[in-house]
Design a protein around this ligand. Structure first.
Ligand code: SAH
Length: 230
């Protein structure tokens, strides 16, 4: 029997639903070579990354690259998002409490976190991106993710502590406020220069015996900046 397979280009006005799911599945299959936690892969499959990028970039949404989101910032690479969330989950399939993200950007990573946690709080210092992230999350009906304008270097003490804290921007050091706002048994994953010449992923666990830090592979994140841009 003849089988006609019609390619539907990704785009706002086309039937992107099924087609984007297939394209995303190919991306997730590539991610699965390094990321082993099935819950992370399911969340990456569920979140429609093309809805978080500008319409001109939609066709690149499922390439494993960072893309511009305006204001000189970028949406993180899918493999970096998946890797960091896998580290943050530390072998679990869901977060057992509140999650704090520093650097909402366009809201994509917050949405992936939203698949895995009951409540996600994300702080963004650029007002234009707060508006963008909120609109993107609303369009995808993520009601458990709250985006706030603020200086993430101060964390978000209002609803602390968090079982997990993740930063999408890298500073010279890990702010003490983040460590203070981490729940006992909680984990923080962030890029940091940590006194080195190379920015690297840092994992910090808050244990009854104190903080335990691991420095992992080199990474390239946008800088963690203080103050807000309204
Ligand atoms: N998670 C985002 C990645 C955005 S890039 C996404 O999925 O799209 C990192 C973001 O961190 C940028 O939007 C930048 O404005 C923000 N950022 C940098 N320093 C910050 C700070 N001190 N507080 C809050 N956000 C900050």
């Amino acid at each position: 029997m003849a089988f006609v397979r019609q390619a539907i280009p990704l785009g706002i006005d086309t039937g992107i639903g099924l087609e984007s799911s297939a394209v995303r599945a190919r991306l997730v299959a590539r991610l699965a070579k390094e990321v082993k936690n099935p819950a992370v892969l399911e969340a990456m499959q569920a979140v429609e990354r093309h809805r978080f990028v500008d319409s001109a970039l939609v066709t690149q949404a499922y390439e494993d690259t960072a893309l511009p989101i305006g204001f000189g910032q970028t949406i993180s690479k899918p493999n970096v998002v998946a890797r960091m969330i896998e580290l943050l989950l530390n072998g679990h399939s869901r977060f057992s409490g509140k999650v704090l993200e520093i650097g909402a950007g366009c809201g994509y990573q917050a949405a992936v976190l939203g698949q895995l946690a009951r409540h996600v709080f994300s702080i963004e210092r650029i007002d234009g991106l707060v508006i963008k992230a909120r609109a993107n999350l609303k369009a995808c009906e993520y009601t458990n993710v709250q985006v706030r304008l603020g200086d993430g270097m101060l964390g978000f003490p209002d609803v602390a502590p968090y079982v997990a804290i993740i930063s999408a921007a890298g500073g010279e050091a890990i702010p003490q406020t983040w460590l203070d706002q981490l729940a006992m048994g909680g984990r923080l994953v962030a890029p940091s220069w940590a006194g080195n010449r190379q920015q690297a992923l840092v994992v910090i666990d808050k244990t009854p015996n104190g903080f335990v830090q691991s420095i992992l592979e080199p990474v390239q994140f946008v800088p963690l900046k203080s103050g807000i841009l309204a």
